[in-house]
Design a protein around this ligand. Structure first.
Ligand SMILES: [Zn+2]
Length: 711
């Protein structure tokens, strides 16, 4: 023991005394080793590389898993092959998605053997042997692609791949898309039996003009039930598959020879692959030579005319599905055309029909002086608290097409003065910069704008000198609003506008003219209505929506409308704004006096853009928010007898919508105080003030007593 201890001691001493020497030997040792092993830095990077590679592989696997799962889930619903149905708020059917497809489902057992064999022999002879992709064919295709350096198509597709194309709507031949198609074909193959895939294929494939599936094709080409098709008729159907329109016997061009040749090719393949006997073959060939017996069956074509509201529903559900599953627009559209979902729209049928009738009225239609165009209009009505769009019409006159251009959602225009409440009033009252009685001088003013250039806005009406904010709102004077914007700054204004759901603003809108609605791109009527609705909905922005939810064909919830919702300002600020925006309707000199509704408070603001290109009316009641636009698609001055046609449409529609609703005023909120004010000075009225009215203030912002009349 003792000895050992001494040894330890000696060791320690050795170590202690030779520290520097040891360091040197260590270094030498390491240098020696370096020749065999990598440096720590190199090792670190090797590890990092392997780790990153694993992460990439793992992410890719997760991505593929997700893609595969989404595809399988959507397919399982799309195999139903029935149109989706859109309901109104009373659960009545109002429109369908995919109704333009004439189709009739057939089960695998009902399919004639000859038909299945004809398709397989000409399209995909190893169908029952491969796993969705035909390696022989695909290998050849890849080889050819590489040889031709990308300038090569990928050749024919298997039946499974063709089904993928019909589902995703992806028909392009780029390499990445082809790889996707292979992947989806594999997913299909391992998710369904060969028979299930064939059944879906025979029901979904395009077979003629608006004709889908083989059952409808049998009716269209031969006026026959599918079970009655003979061998050569089956061969004809299989033959037209690669280009249905070019084999159409009912087209203007003579297709007889083309049809004969193609049908014989299919029969040849069937004989070669032992699907038919020599006798059947000879018999069929002679029938083909004598000409097939085509007879066009009676197909009932669905007109599929939908309202502007339903069109907007369709666009919204497609866009939401795209965002949810990261799929293409075509895939999402096909989904609704095939999956038979039930879509609950937010439309109120009575309101929608009031709007439709209003905009059909020929008295609103102006003829263009420059072209064959006529004037256009768009109107939208929102339920304030839910953000539900209860009615919308996106064009003037009779609607002629399915999913036609919708000016409510798809058009952006200059706004003119209708911008003032949301760009100037809401932010500056929220920031307590101004009250309804703030005195502002309305006189010719030259501003220095953000581009350092002079900006000289003009008033259309005579300048009014020193006026209160309420008076400026009543007649829509321009100078006071630009002055407020100068103090507020366009940057702050834009922050508010963005919170209120305006998405089309950009750096070019950082100008004082923002106050007067001089915009770079403009705003859509829908977003405009959403912004105004923030005031109507007590300071809470809620994204407008055209549908509430979607159920799958089996009745389970598939998707809910997700609306953005955020507080922009307090309900007290909203209360002050509502009672300020009454002024254009109630004021003696108001610009929207014709918009009043008996017994119901109305807040409204007009808008006119340069050269009279656009006319707007934006406003709301305690019941509904509505925005109406009027103008030409290509800018042209509107001459409507000195009147604002947008305002006339708005007023007429809103009066009808409110006809049977109980009388209602905007509610006073807890932190808003009212006071009797002198109209002339904008200060608290004294017994000597003659011209007085009731004004609304955020608590603590009441003015002093009138000094003009207080003698
Ligand atoms: Zn006074």
């Amino acid at each position: 023991m003792r000895q050992k201890k001494q040894e330890d001691y000696l060791d320690d001493e050795f170590e202690y005394s030779n520290k520097s020497q040891r360091k040197r030997t260590k270094k030498a040792f390491r240098k020696k080793k370096d020749k065999k092993r990598k440096s720590p830095i190199k090792r670190f990077f090797t590890k990092l590389f392997i780790f990153s590679l694993l992460i990439i592989i793992l992410s890719f696997a997760i991505y593929l898993g997700f893609k595969g799962y989404v595809f399988k889930t959507l397919c399982s619903q799309m195999f139903k092959n029935s149109p989706s149905i859109i309901y109104d708020s009373n659960k009545k059917i109002i429109a369908k998605i995919g109704a333009e497809r004439n189709r009739d489902n057939v089960s695998y057992d009902e399919l004639p053997k000859n038909l299945i064999n004809a398709y397989i022999s000409i399209e995909d002879k190893r169908y029952f042997k491969h796993f969705g992709i035909d390696i022989k064919r695909t290998g050849g295709a890849i080889f050819s692609y590489v040889i031709h350096r990308g300038n090569s198509s990928f050749g024919g597709s298997t039946i499974t791949q063709q089904l993928v194309k019909n589902i995703t709507g992806n028909d392009s031949n780029t390499a990445t898309r082809k790889v996707k198609e292979w992947f989806y074909a594999l997913i299909l193959n391992f998710s369904y039996s060969k028979e299930e895939i064939l059944e879906a294929y025979f029901n979904i494939i395009y077979t003629g003009p608006s004709i889908y599936g083989v059952k409808e094709a049998a009716l269209y080409y031969f006026d026959k039930n599918i079970s009655d098709l003979n061998l050569e008729e089956c061969a004809f159907l299989a033959g037209l598959n690669n280009s249905p329109n070019s084999y159409n016997p009912f087209s203007d061009k003579d297709r007889t020879e083309k049809i004969r040749k193609r049908t014989k090719t299919v029969l040849n393949q069937m004989l070669e692959q032992n699907y038919i006997t020599n006798e059947e073959y000879d018999n069929s060939i002679s029938n083909v030579e004598n000409g097939l017996n085509f007879k066009q069956g009676n197909i009932e074509y669905d007109q599929t005319l939908s309202s502007y509201h339903s069109d907007a529903v369709i666009n919204e559900v497609i866009s939401d599905l795209q965002k949810k599953y990261f799929i293409s627009n075509d895939f999402a559209t096909n989904y609704y055309s095939l999956a038979g979902t039930n879509i609950y729209s937010t439309v109120n049928k009575e309101i929608q029909s009031i709007l439709e009738n209003e905009l059909k009225n020929s008295k609103y239609i102006l003829q263009s002086k420059d072209s064959d165009d006529t004037s256009q209009a768009a109107i939208v009505i929102i339920d304030p608290s839910s953000g539900n769009v209860v009615g919308c019409v996106g064009g003037l006159g009779e609607k002629k097409n399915y999913r036609s251009f919708n000016r409510v959602t798809q058009m952006k225009r200059q706004t003119g003065s209708a911008m003032k409440p949301i760009a100037v009033l809401a932010p500056s009252i929220d920031k307590k910069m101004i009250t309804n009685v703030s005195i502002i001088s309305d006189e010719p003013t030259t501003f220095i704008d953000y581009n350092n250039k002079e900006y000289k806005p003009i008033d259309y009406d005579p300048y009014r000198g020193s006026i209160t904010l309420r008076q400026a709102v009543e007649t829509s004077q321009n100078i006071p609003f630009v002055k407020i914007m100068e103090t507020l700054t366009p940057q702050v204004s834009i922050q508010y506008l963005k919170k209120m759901g305006i998405t089309s603003l950009n750096d070019n809108d950082v100008n004082l003219s923002l106050a007067l609605g001089g915009l770079d791109i403009g705003i859509s009527p829908l977003e405009f209505a959403g912004a105004y609705n923030t005031i109507a909905n007590d300071g809470i922005y809620i994204e407008p929506t055209f549908y509430s939810k979607i159920d799958s064909s089996s009745g389970e919830l598939f998707m809910k409308s997700k609306q953005k919702k955020r507080k922009v300002f307090s309900k007290d600020v909203a209360c002050v704004l509502k009672n300020l925006l009454i002024q254009p309707v109630k004021g003696e000199k108001g610009t929207a006096t014709y918009c009043s509704i008996d017994g119901i408070d109305v807040a409204a603001k007009t808008g006119t853009t340069n050269e009279n290109y656009d006319r707007w009316l934006c406003g709301f009641t305690p019941y509904y928010t509505s925005v109406c636009w009027y103008g030409f698609d290509t800018n042209e001055s509107i001459e409507f007898g000195g009147k604002n046609p947008a305002g006339l449409i708005w007023s007429s529609s809103m009066n009808k919508i409110h006809a049977n609703l109980p009388k209602k005023k905007f509610e006073l909120t807890s932190n808003v105080e009212t006071a009797i004010v002198c109209y002339d000075s904008g200060k608290l009225a004294t017994p000597n003030c003659k011209n007085t009215y009731k004004e609304y203030f955020l608590s603590g912002t009441k003015p002093e007593k009138c000094i003009i009349h207080n003698y």
